[in-house]
Design a protein around this ligand. Structure first.
Ligand SMILES: CC(C)(COP(=O)(O)OP(=O)(O)OC[C@H]1O[C@@H](n2cnc3c(N)ncnc32)[C@H](O)[C@@H]1OP(=O)(O)O)[C@@H](O)C(=O)NCCC(=O)NCCS
Length: 410
């Protein structure tokens, strides 16, 4: 075997890179439109290839995303299309491509990388930790939805999918930074990922439907994107599959859930990947009717530059701690650092002082957006607390008003 080379994938190699991706994911993109969509997407991304001589044996891309973090946002490569030729697996191809990506992040001041894992076992070794979680919910809507809050009484209106990016986009953007973990969406992303005519994962679902809260001449106060599945067997009722539901207030959320649960000829509402602290789980009056059926790691994060990542976010409380960080892949992150934070300042400098906490960079990534408590990682034996109270102090500083969340899978 030749020595592998890890380098940019030029436009002239993008077609064979996509062939490799379809090969490893056992996909067969018959439609010309789908092929062109993926090709255009890949061309907008940063690309890393692994070459064995002239043969392209590994491929990954990084979207050029903007990620909301506590108190602001960061440019954030979104890693995806990760593919290694079946002839070259377990020879360090993925490891080499990730090392090349991390090098590029250092060169371009990109302190955080994000991904969604198709297999959760792969990415911890590269220093990724689950930064957000999703909760899937199933509602028995054969009877009226029992709620403990009064739904907002403003009118609901259906929005045409073609108009949705223009109508929902400004609302989403204005509320995006309320929760960390969210990705800015342009109209291409709205149309291609949130509003395609057919749901790639379940072709039996109908087209996207959008309901907005608020009269036509009022600003939008919330929306839901959903699809329905009809049942040909009349004895059974159909399903409402919710992609996203956003509202300004709990009453607004209640109005939208009420609407979804009341759609005729359906008996189940399913929502995939809600925030674990979604108000529905509290204001549902009957938790036998509204069941959380799964919780899963959603957005994985890698702090490629720990100092850059920590100094970019805001903090909820003061903390003065020495962190001892392990990082096998990015040596600049490893060592002891004095973290001094107050709500709007953060310094993080190398020190020889004794550590208050010792932790792996993947566990720091899990805590970065406030989605996992350091104390829980101490209890799990993953973080060592040398100074009693250090984990609680870091948690108080990391805490966010709402848990980080995204359902923007990529
Ligand atoms: C998953 C995949 C990218 C791994 O590529 P690879 O080049 O074989 O990985 P490497 O040789 O660099 O392995 C790096 C490490 O990850 C481990 N690893 C690789 N794939 C793994 C998997 N699926 N599950 C658990 N561990 C895995 C390896 O054992 C190795 O461990 P080590 O560092 O302890 O020795 C490749 O098998 C592939 O393309 N699979 C199909 C597509 C896919 O699943 N992509 C991931 C999308 S999120």
């Amino acid at each position: 075997m030749n020595e592998l080379q890890f380098r940019d994938v030029p436009e002239s190699d993008v077609d064979r890179a996509l062939e490799l991706w379809w090969l490893v994911f056992h996909d067969r993109p018959d439609e010309k439109e789908k092929r062109e969509y993926h090709r255009a997407m890949v061309l907008r991304c940063d690309r890393v290839g692994a070459y064995d001589g002239d043969a392209l044996v590994g491929f990954l891309v990084a979207h050029r995303f903007t990620l909301s973090i506590p108190g602001g946002e960061l440019p954030c490569p979104g890693l995806t299309f990760v593919s290694v030729a079946p002839t070259h697996r377990r020879r360090g191809v993925l490891s080499g491509m990730i090392a090349e990506l991390f090098r590029r992040c250092a060169d371009h001041a990109r302190p955080v990388v994000a991904l969604w894992a198709s297999e959760a076992a792969i990415y911890g070794r590269f220093g990724f930790g689950a930064g957000t979680y999703g909760t899937s919910v199933e509602i028995d809507s054969t009877r009226p939805l029992a709620l403990r809050v009064d739904p907002d009484r403003r009118p609901l209106r259906l929005i045409d999918a073609d108009d949705a990016p223009a109508e929902l986009g400004p609302y989403y953007e204005a509320t995006r930074t309320r929760r960390a973990g969210r990705i800015a969406r342009d109209s291409v992303r709205w149309r291609g990922e949130w509003l395609p005519e057919t749901d790639e994962d379940d072709e039996e679902l109908g087209p996207p439907r959008i309901v907005g809260l608020g009269a036509i001449d009022e600003p939008l106060a919330g929306y839901a994107i959903y699809r329905t599945r009809r049942e040909d067997d009349r004895a059974k009722s159909g399903t409402v599959q919710v992609a996203e539901l956003e509202a300004d207030t709990a009453a607004g959320e209640a109005a939208l859930w009420n609407y979804l649960a009341g759609i005729d000829l359906t008996g189940t509402v399913r929502a995939w990947g809600l925030a674990p602290d979604d108000p529905l789980l509290l204001f549902a009056a009957d938790r036998d009717q509204v069941k959380a059926v799964a919780e899963f790691p959603a957005l994985w994060l890698r702090l490629v530059d720990v100092r850059g990542a920590l100094t970019a976010r805001s903090w909820e409380a003061e903390a003065f701690l020495v962190l001892e960080v392990r990082d096998d892949r990015v040596p600049a992150n490893a060592g002891r650092f004095r973290l001094a934070v107050s709500p709007h300042t953060c310094t993080y400098e190398a020190t020889a002082a004794a550590p208050d906490l010792s932790l792996d960079v993947r566990d720091l990534a899990a805590c970065y957006l406030g989605g996992t408590e350091v104390r829980r990682l101490v209890l799990a034996g993953l973080v060592t607390e040398h100074t009693p109270g250090a984990a609680a102090a870091l948690d108080a500083a990391l805490r966010t008003a709402e848990l980080p969340h995204t359902a923007d899978e990529f």
